[in-house]
Design a binder for this molecule. Sequence first.
Ligand SMILES: Nc1ncnc2c1ncn2[C@@H]1O[C@H](COP(=O)(O)OP(=O)(O)OP(=O)(O)O)[C@@H](O)[C@H]1O
Ligand SMILES: [Mg+2]
Length: 381
Amino acid sequence: MSVGTSRAPGGRDARRAPASRRGDLAELGIDPDELPDGLVVADEYGQVICFNAAAARITAVPAAEALGRRLEQALPLEDLEGRRWWQLTDPYGGLAIRVRQPERNLLLPQGREVLVSARFVRAYPTGPVRRVVVSLRDTEARRRTERSHAELIATVAHELRSPLTSVKGFTATLLAKWERFTDDQKRLMLETVDADADRVTRLIAELLDISRIDSGRLEVRRQPVDMGAAVGRHIQAYVAAGQPADRFLLRIEQPLPALWADPDKIDQVLSNLIENAVRHGEGTVTIDVTPAVAPREGEEEQNTATSVTVSDEGPGIPEESMNRVFTRFWRGSKRGGTGLGLYIVKGIVEAHGGTITVGRARGGGAEFRFTLPVGTPAHLL
Ligand SMILES: Nc1ncnc2c1ncn2[C@@H]1O[C@H](COP(=O)(O)OP(=O)(O)OP(=O)(O)O)[C@@H](O)[C@H]1O
Ligand SMILES: [Mg+2]
């Protein structure tokens, strides 16, 4: 039986019903337009008497157009097989014991997905339906997280496979033909295996960081941090590894406020930013450590934060990609790694209550600047 047409007496009450029923809600102090989810209510005749702002947004049908129309016309939902949903579910007919329709994924006319759940309000148990209350929820946000999870898994699988293929290939070859290789050849193969195993370990450590960042479980253990000294150590490590010392310029503006931060995590941030400047950039890498104003409001004092700016003289980040550099797996150049570095950097900086921005350096290259509020030692919180 199709809904409404055979049961409801046409548009008789169409004009009267909407205002009075909305009035009922208003008496309770509830404005349906305040609800974050779409709300559509049909009366005992199957006519729409409430169509809130969120419903209008989700369906792209103005409330004025929907009010007074039949539910199946105002909200022409189809299931994923393309069947008309109101005919299938038949709220006004069907089994009289039904009081609700659990959440389902349905389609709007333009093929847009929407999560729908409904209540069939009856005058008394098994009595006739007095109202059908439908809630609509946009699936966009949920879809997006689902998609990003699926993408994450695909990318991770891909990233893990190439080093593991090489580990497997070299070890299998060595085991099968051990006698046939010279010591030098064996050493070269083992070095490759070693480096690839390191890559897998590093990738897994990064993924663990990402899952902590995504689930808000990144722990910050605050201790006094001397930012200038920390940057200095990173530069020394590069110089010890063969980079010319004049590739780096460290400028520290004193006095810096005492900073409480997680030293290991700050090292991770610095190492990622400096590594990027060395690997993706060119020329001199300049690191400025300066006092700054805390990025959060509510603090009167000046210089309640520390800023670190890492800039280089390479090609920089193209303007149109700047909003993407902090996303997972985004890598611009062929020399890119896994594209997780800056995502983790941003997660760590934000876990400290700080901010990070990207821009163009005066010398033309990329400029990354992060600002950390001085922070409060954990035992004083
Ligand atoms: N200083 C820079 N100059 C030019 N491009 C940069 C610079 N820093 C980052 N990029 C671009 O941003 C991309 C993302 O950087 P990110 O650190 O997130 O990943 P990655 O360095 O490619 O890999 P990972 O850090 O995970 O090993 C890089 O691939 C690179 O194209
Ligand atoms: Mg990087």
